[in-house]
Structure formats: C-alpha cells, structure tokens
Design a protein around this ligand. Sequence first.
Ligand code: MTE
Length: 335
Amino acid sequence: MPKPFKPSVQLKENDVTDERVYMNRRSLLKSMGFIGASTLLAKSASAAGWFWEDDEEKVPFKSEPLEFSQPPKFQISETRTPENKVISYNNFYEFGTAKDAPAKNATEFQTNPWTLTIDGLVKKPITLDYNALTTRFPLEERIYRLRCVEAWSMVIPWVGFELAALIKQADPLMSAKYVAFETLYDPDQMPGQRSRFMGGGIDYPYVEGLRLDEAMHPLTMMAVGLYGKTLPPQNGAPIRLVVPWKYGFKSIKSIVRIRLTDKEPPTTWNRLAANEYGFYANVNPNVAHPRWSQASERRITTGGLLTRNRIDTQLFNGYTEVAPMYNDMNLSRYY
Ligand code: MTE
C-alpha cells in the first residue's frame, strides 16, 4: 500500500500511549531481554514445575482442510495465482508493511479462541465462536479476482459463505443503512499496532465499511479459507471479508466485530488519506489514483513476482452485475 505516512524520529503523544497499552506483563518481560527465548524458557519452566501461562498456549499456525460444496459457485477461466504466492505476498499492516512481513511475523498469531460479534442496529445480536465460523453456515468455494489499489492482482479460490446469510440471522432494523467492520486490536500479537513506523502510520484497529445493499450483495463473502484449507494468518485468519469488485483494502482481515449503523462508517485508508482512498473504492480503470494510473494491473500468476504480466483492468474488476447499485452515482469521480 502506498505510504503517505512519513516516519518521524520524535515520539508523538499517541506513540507513547500505544507503548503504554502494549506494555503488559508479557511484553514487559520481553523488553527485559527475554525476546525470542520465551518458548525455550516455557519448556524449562514447566520442567522445573512452574508455568509461563501465555507461552503454554502458543501453537504455530497450521492450515486445516475444510469441507465445502463443489463445484465452485463462481468460476473464472483465468489462471489461478499459485497458493505459495497468495500466502507469501500480502498486505496486512498489523504485521508490517513489507509484502513478505505478514507471512514472517504472523506465524504464531492465535486465532482460536476467537469471537466475532454482529451487533448495532439489529434485533438479534450474534456472537460466533471459532467453531461456529466454519460450521454455522454451509461453506462453498468461489474463485474471485482480487485487485489491489496498488495495481497488482491475483485469482484466488476462497472458501466461505455469503455475508448476507450472517446479516439476515441478526435481523437488521429498518434504520440500518451501513455495515462497519473491525479487525482485532491486540498490540501484543500484532507488532504493527505497537509501532507507528512498522504499522504504516495507521490508527488501529483497522476499520472498513460497506453500504447495507453492498454487504447483502450475493458476491460479498466472508472467507474462512483459501485453496481448500483454513486461512493462514497472513491472509486474515480466522475470518475476513472479500468484496471482489472493490479495491483490496476494503477486504478487511481478522474481523472481530460487524456493526450495523445508520451512518457511513469511517474507513482506515480514507482516514489516512481522504484524497486518495474513497469509501466506495470500486475498481475503475477510468479513474486514476492521484499518483498512478488504474488502467492496467500486474497479474500475479505462475511466473516470478517481477514477471511483466500486465492486463487491462476491468470496471468493477469484471463483476459488472453490481453496476445497478451505483446508477445514481457519478463513477468518474474518485469514490
Ligand atoms: N485488513 C487489515 N486488517 N489490515 C490490512 O493491512 N490490507 C488490505 C486488505 N485487508 C489489510 C487488510 C489490503 S491493502 C489488501 S490488497 C488485502 O487485504 C490483501 O489481501 P491478501 O494479503 O490476502 O492478498
């Protein structure tokens, strides 16, 4: 993601606050020189008869196979991006801004237990635990294009369910007009939330939003897996949004809360640079980003990451069935 954030050497007030928040028992111990040695210490500690509770529970992440209906509900003929690229070239600033940082820094991200709450303007608020995320709704596979605002793209086989199914169960009130999403806030686990430099200057938690009709659209999906297995942490485990006709930053990862509201909710990239990232962020080759063209994209497929594989970008990323939702909007403006 482009970085409007300019690192400054001087600590600002909120840097200090962030530091304070994360200086809990575990981090404090780490800062006293136990960094990296904690697992080893946990072992010898338990052997000696005392326990290091936090580390006891830490298990490196392992993808598990998922059961889902076949054939895929949405198919495209384009070549899929190989799994090793989907899981190693990521944007997940909570784990660092480099493309390879999330895969490196999220290996021990704890996604079980997990709770996802749907509340706000609904009659029946719901809280799903880790198990319910993959069992409450029948899972299906969908092969979607993912177009990042940075002008690269992938073709990914997701596993998940329609967001509409989840929202319907919560029974929205007539007054609900928008849906607000929130990523986990846990600076102890997410190094990018501890340091403004490592986290790209974002005020965490990462937040996103959709209009209610966009959220209810049959293409809008909650993904719990890719390539037939549970999501790796770097791709947004245990559950993330996938909105294939919008720039990738709308597809928020590792969601803990979905809130129905009557006002357009704030969104992370819009808050950071309102002139560059709109609330709608529909893929549109005819509207350039203020700093680069959006007319074409680098499709990441089987070649090396630097292979020149430029293709034309399509309006709504090719998902033109969503167009009627925007009939009354001037798409030539940067939304
Ligand atoms: N969600 C959170 N919480 N934090 C992020 O930094 N990056 C977004 C989006 N969701 C991001 C996020 C961006 S810019 C993109 S392009 C996609 O995730 C990338 O998804 P992928 O890494 O699975 O390809």
